[in-house]
Write a protein that binds this ligand. Structure first.
Ligand code: PEP
Ligand code: MN
Length: 343
């Protein structure tokens, strides 16, 4: 449960409360910069029983291990990224190369996206690569290039933060800080992201259960950063025909479990360019709030993830198909999602 403290609770009063809780065997964790306590094993009836319920401003029983990601905490999350609305009734399209490779590549991509009305460009500058002998991105030069291209074409940058030591650098160039699959369980990194004032795109760990993913989101949310987007990108399974198994069910379920926007990445989710459009559509129909898709001016020449990069013409068709799906499926989805438009 979450227990919100009354505004003028003194340190001494707080100590009395936590001592009492602890004497009854309840652990309490500070959250929201001291505005709330998380009591993982208590509920409001228990606090009534021990006579301290009225010491709090408000009590929320989440009945889930994750607290701030739960729908009991909040029914919906919407925020803006430089005037572009994210979450709830809004659908966002993000596209770009796996890696920023050159000025020509990223500027061509940015020009193309802006022509299509897409508002977000993706591109990794620090890449998590399985082999130490693969292209790992252009580093800071890559961040500068994607930032310049985005500025020129009025786009927002989505790029991955690999390590805490790069936080300031990435913050200077990113509009949305991406946490990749491999870092979803890097809890000390997530904790620091609770203190930043930029949205975090939290990709699903390739081995993560939905519950573990939502707890990872709580690491960010409990620090006070409420701008978290979840991104389904496929999980590992016994079958290796596709790079990953894209968990479409998770997208639909997350719409029930959490107020957070849920995006989908059919590129890493499938690993095969031809399978990207059908899975992009499936994710949209299942209730995704957005898509992040790898595109490349010359897919065969991509320095990373060439097999899953789609060409510009294919992406253009996909955008128009997604546009109709968004208006169709969002208008039939009750009031929660009424009036959606792709951005
Ligand atoms: C990416 O989006 O560039 C990426 C590396 O994805 P993931 O973390 O999902 O593998
Ligand atoms: Mn990639």
């Amino acid at each position: 449960m979450i227990a919100f403290l009354k505004q003028h609770t003194t340190t001494a009063e707080l100590k009395l409360l936590t001592d009492k809780l602890s004497s009854y065997g309840f652990s309490a964790y500070n959250a929201l910069n001291g505005a709330a306590l998380v009591l993982p094993s208590a509920n409001s009836a228990m606090l009534e029983d021990i006579g301290i319920a009225s010491a709090f401003e408000k009590l929320i029983d989440t009945n889930t291990p994750y607290q701030f990601a739960s729908r009991a905490y909040k029914t919906t999350t919407t925020f803006t990224v430089n005037n572009v609305l994210v979450g709830n009734t809004h659908f966002n399209m993000v596209a770009g190369p796996c890696s920023v490779e050159s000025e020509e590549q990223i500027f061509k991509t940015a020009a193309f996206l802006s022509k299509l009305g897409v508002k977000f460009i993706r591109g990794g500058a620090y890449k998590p690569r399985t082999s130490p002998y693969s292209f790992k991105g252009l580093g800071k030069d890559g961040l500068k290039l994607i930032h310049q291209a985005a500025k020129e074409y009025n786009l927002n940058v989505v790029t991955e933060l690999m390590d805490l030591s790069l936080l300031d650098e990435v913050m200077a160039y990113a509009d949305i800080v991406q946490i990749g699959s491999r870092n979803m369980s890097n809890f000390y990194l997530l904790n620091e992201l609770g203190k930043i004032n930029k949205p975090v795109l939290l990709k699903r760990g390739m081995q993560a259960k939905i519950n573990e993913w939502l707890l990872a989101a709580d690491y960010v949310l409990q620090g006070g950063n409420e701008q978290v987007i979840l991104c389904e990108r496929g999980i590992r399974s016994f079958d290796t025909e596709l790079r990953n198994v894209m968990d479409i069910g998770a997208i639909a379920l997350l719409n029930q479990l959490t107020h957070l926007p849920v995006w989908a990445d059919p590129s890493h989710g499938t690993g095969i360019a031809q399978i990207v459009p059908p899975l992009a559509k499936a994710a949209t129909v299942a209730g995704a709030n957005g898509l992040i898709v790898e595109i490349h001016p010359n897919p065969a020449k991509a320095l990373s993830d060439a097999k899953q990069a789609i060409a510009f013409d294919t992406f253009e068709q996909l955008v128009s198909q997604i546009n109709s799906l968004v208006s169709e499926s969002y208008s039939s989805k009750s009031q929660i999602n009424a009036g959606a438009a792709i951005a």
